[in-house]
Write a protein of this length. Sequence first.
Length: 499
Amino acid sequence: MVCILICSTLIFSNSSETSVKINFSGLNIPSYFMLKYQITKTEIIGLFLASSIFIFSQQDNFLFWDNIVQLSIPANWYFDNNFKYFFLPDTVATGHPTFVGMYLAFTWQLFGKSIAVSHWALGPFVFGAYYQLFKLISTITKKRNHLYIIFLFVVLDATLLSQLSLISFDILHIFFFLWSINSILREKPLMLSFAFLGLCLVSLRGAMSGAGIILFFIFYKVLILKRFQIKNLKSFLPGVLGLVIFLVTFYLNKHWVVHNTVYDDYAPIGTPFIALKNLAVFGYWLIDFGRIGIWLFFSYVLYLAFKTKSLFDKKFKILIFIALGQFLIFLPIILMYDNPFGHRYFLPIIIPVTIATIYWVLNYSQYPKYILSFVMAIVISGYFWIYPLKIAQGWDSTPAHWPYYKIQNEMVNFIKNNRLPLTQIGTSFPNFFPLKVINLTDEENGFKKRDIQSDEYILYSNVFNESDELIDELLLSGNWREIKRIEKYQIYMVLFEKK
């Protein structure tokens, strides 16, 4: 599927297509960019209210999944040490730039450390992501009703919706990514420098997206505007230099970079089998959680592109180049490294592909209402995709995980009320960290990492993606009995006691 994306772009990028140019302040700019709508004050207020209501509805959700390790633990370390040191110790360092963790710790010093404060601290970037997305789509389509429809399809994507609900640096990743794209399309080199710098310093994955942005910039300048010069790349220098300075100083201080040599359990280079497995997972993650409807029609659109030897129009081509730039960067890394990767990694591909698909349906399909209704039904169904017990899924990338927060809080209260020590109860990721870094309380204690041989109590949830052996032991062996079970909307947590 993604291979078709590459091939079609390479074949049709040079297809004949004329563009009328007009002179504007001494610059030759393709006329279709002059036809874009400005975002009205009413729309900005609407985006602000939508993002604020969304944050308010999620503000009690504690730290979840990788964000505990990648954001909460670093932020707590800076907060506890009053920013005395810049580099994290090896026991907690992940290799990512830690500026987002520092920002979060700084907001705690100003407003107090809490889950709600953390959500609202990221609120400007949630609003910023909505705004930049709206701005991007307004550049792509001239029709206001089309703008609203495309925007709705993108923001309702299960993975994007779930990520925006978390305390996560992926929120900043998406904001800076979209801001960079808009700065390129609207010929704002200074803004591009700031946006790209932010993208590169959010995380290592943000830096990977940054490389994809540079590829898109080259595609866009060479194949669409037909006016590329090396000096055009100067807007990317602050971001590249900022990342290089961070990595060099990090290495000089830590003597390792990217992969933590202390606690990283994953081999840096995968085998051919791992590469094939990762390729299959890559493809599936793109269509997971309801996106199969989008990718079915996108594949059909690319088939028509092959057949007609045309990428339809320049706006559609822009979206293809955005996705292609990200794809060309992420694919080799995914294939080469035996590291886990999640759905959120591919949002910079998912977003432009969704925009391109809905844009095509609205502008070229004979039955847009029927197609969009069908696709929207599949997209919404993705919120409820729960796989069989022994099949792991990316819980941080679907709204299906949202009941987990209340379930975990209720279970912790039950355990405390029954005077069971948390430290004597074994559990699994992401639940075995101290409550201090999960709930941002002052409690240093938390559940322990489970040991099925020695633990008398095991706390289990289907969100934990546990091994088949543990599931069979707890549920089928007869060696364990349920003390407490809490279940909401297909998500459950069970406290087991060894018989």
